[in-house]
Each structure stands twice: as structure tokens, then as C-alpha cells.
Design a binder for this molecule. Structure first.
Ligand code: GTP
Ligand code: MG
Length: 211
């Protein structure tokens, strides 16, 4: 939970949405970043879960607000507009052990384009579940080529493996660093959107800027 001191000052808020097929690990990745641990027994997200973490980049405290969206179509439709409104960064996730989740990235890109997310909004690509060694179905070269084509950084990692915690941090911090460099992003008061079934604010710890 953010401290009362943080609540009393105006922090910039960066809204980052996490999208991808159901079961690829979006909730576990956002929980690893905001909560610092692996969320055992996670269930399919209904609508959107909202978490946030205050980070410090070059002396400035910033709220990274992570919108963890449902991968299942039946849990998304009425809320999609809200995800994309005023979004500052997008994390696309696939499961390295499930080729279909990689192929479906095209659909997620199309959805993003369909909601007129500006080209300047930075995007990153995440291949999750790298701890499942020997079960990989998505060749790293293929993922890299896709990432290059779409001008995204690629992260291959695991929300589950504690030794990957810093890599998971880097996913969100790389976006936050790029957004911090875009000086035009406004300051807004404390607080954020309410979500359906959201977990609320978590975090407040500091992350290292990877850039
Ligand atoms: P939806 O909410 O339905 O869109 O799914 P999601 O993308 O949020 O997936 P979620 O984070 O709920 O994880 C789905 C399943 O994958 C759960 O059983 C997790 O325990 C498991 N999982 C998530 N991340 C990892 C990982 O890095 N490694 C392994 N082995 N399992 C993972
Ligand atoms: Mg989820």
C-alpha cells in the first residue's frame, strides 16, 4: 500500500495494460511485479484486476498502474474500452510452451490497433513460463523476429521462478523508464480507477531502472 507521504504528493501515474491469451500468466506476472511473489493457485481473471506499485526513477517517484486484463473473451467484452483509454504502455504476453498463444499475438495487436492506441505508446513482448524447460514450443528466434518487426523489446522469463524476479521487474521498469523520458505525460492526483474484483494497490517498493 502506498504510504501517506506518497498520497500527499502528486505522482505521475503510468497506466500499463497486460494483454494476451488466457492462461499465459498475465496475472502471475503482474503479481510478481507488484506483490513480489508468485501467486499460487491463480484463477482466470474476470474483467480486469488493477494493481499498482510506486517506483523511483532518477529521483522521481512514479506510480506504475498495471491493468491485468482477462484473456477469455467472455470475461472481456464490456470492459475493453476501459483498458485502452489513456493507456501509456502495453505488455503483450505469450506462453513459451504454447505455440497458439504466440500465433494469437496478431489478434491482440489487432485489438490494440482497433482501439487506436497511438504508435508512440511503447510496447513490450513477454514469453512467460521459461521455467518449463524442455517444453518450449516457441523458438526464441521466431519471437525475436516478431518483436523486431513490431518494434518491441522481448523478455523471456518466468513469473514462477524466483530467480527471474528481477527480469520481471525489468519488463515494467523498461516501460516506465521510456515513459519517464516522455516529459509530456501529465501529473495526476493520487488514486486510480476502480476495477471489477481488483486486488487494489500493492507494492510501494523500489525497483531498479534497467535503462
Ligand atoms: P487469464 O486471467 O484467464 O487471462 O489468465 P492469465 O494469463 O492471467 O494466467 P494466470 O496468471 O492466471 O496463470 C495461468 C496458469 O499458469 C496458472 O496455473 C499459473 O500458476 C501458471 N503460471 C503462470 N506463470 C507461470 C510461470 O512462469 N511458470 C509456470 N510453470 N506456470 C505459470
Ligand atoms: Mg489473469
Amino acid at each position: 500500500m502506498a504510504s501517506s507521504l506518497e498520497d500527499s504528493v502528486q505522482l505521475r501515474i503510468f497506466k500499463i495494460i497486460v494483454i494476451g491469451d488466457s492462461n499465459v500468466g498475465k496475472t502471475c506476472l503482474t503479481f510478481r511485479f507488484c506483490g513480489g511473489e508468485f501467486l499460487g493457485g491463480s484463477e482466470a481473471t474476470i474483467g480486469v484486476d488493477f494493481r499498482e506499485k510506486t517506483v523511483e526513477i532518477e529521483g522521481e517517484k512514479i506510480k506504475v498502474q498495471v491493468w491485468d486484463t482477462a484473456g477469455q473473451e467472455r470475461f472481456r467484452h464490456s470492459l475493453v474500452e476501459h483498458y485502452y483509454r489513456n493507456v501509456h504502455g502495453v505488455v503483450f504476453v505469450y506462453d513459451v510452451t504454447k505455440l497458439s498463444s504466440f500465433h494469437n499475438l496478431r489478434t491482440w495487436l489487432q485489438e490494440c490497433e482497433g482501439h487506436a492506441v497511438p504508435a508512440l505508446v511503447p510496447r513490450v513482448l513477454v514469453g512467460n513460463k521459461c521455467d518449463l524447460r524442455g517444453q518450449e514450443q516457441v523458438p526464441p528466434g521466431l519471437a525475436l523476429s516478431f518483436a523486431n518487426t513490431h518494434k518491441m523489446l522481448l523478455f523471456e522469463t518466468s513469473a514462477k521462478d524466483p530467480s527471474e524476479a528481477q527480469m520481471v521487474d525489468s519488463i515494467f521498469m523498461s516501460l516506465a523508464c521510456r515513459l519517464k523520458a516522455q516529459k509530456s505525460l501529465p501529473y495526476r492526483g493520487p488514486g486510480g480507477p476502480q476495477s471489477s474484483g481488483g486486488k487494489g494497490a500493492v507494492g510501494g517498493s523500489r525497483s531498479v531502472c534497467p535503462c
